[in-house]
Ligand binder design. Structure first.
Ligand code: OFO
Length: 172
């Protein structure tokens, strides 16, 4: 049985993961609208990955006899000033998610909830990867500055992305 404090915190994170999915889907739409199809593809997969993250919280709470409650989810923006501005927003958002995962892990320790601590370890590791992936794209965009050829090169690179098995919809 989940303690109420833990259940509330897990439900709040479930909603944040759903917001992440909506945010990245909105970014995918923005990139598609400016014909950066590699960026759009990368963000579309990122949105799918976030849905998988949300479902991990959903399944975990139910496995522990908890109650899922879906909170209201803010609408994400629909456009950005530049590819760099969008990716910088994505990085800021991932840093925010990392803070929340860490706060959840602290709460699980405080409440002596060992199962939740172990469940959250996957997310602690995942956040290192999430920040690093986005940060690399931000750095490359800064490096190329206004050079359009460089932007198309990055776009081609991002078009190659595939989903890792642990982040595909089939994972549980
Ligand atoms: Fe769920 O990792 Fe990004 O937000």
């Amino acid at each position: 049985m989940l303690k109420e404090t833990i259940q509330n915190a897990l439900n709040a994170q479930l909603s944040r993961e759903m917001y992440s999915s909506n945010l990245y889907l909105a970014m995918s739409g923005y990139f598609q609208s400016i014909n950066l199809k590699g960026f759009a593809h990368w963000m579309r997969l990122q949105a799918q990955e976030e849905t998988t993250h949300a479902m991990k919280f959903f399944d975990y709470m139910l496995d522990r006899g908890g109650l899922v409650s879906i909170g209201s989810i803010d609408a994400p923006p629909s456009k950005w000033d530049s590819p760099l501005a969008a990716m910088e927003d994505a990085l800021k958002h991932e840093q925010f998610i990392t803070q929340n995962i860490n706060a959840l892990a602290d709460l699980a320790i405080k409440e002596g909830d060992h199962a939740t601590q172990i469940f959250l370890q996957w997310f602690v590791t995942e956040q290192v990867e999430e920040e690093s992936n986005v940060s690399e794209i931000v750095d490359k965009l800064k490096l190329i500055g206004d050079w359009k050829g460089g932007l198309l090169f990055i776009d081609n690179e991002l078009a190659q992305r595939t989903l890792a098995p642990e982040n595909s919809a089939q994972a549980d």
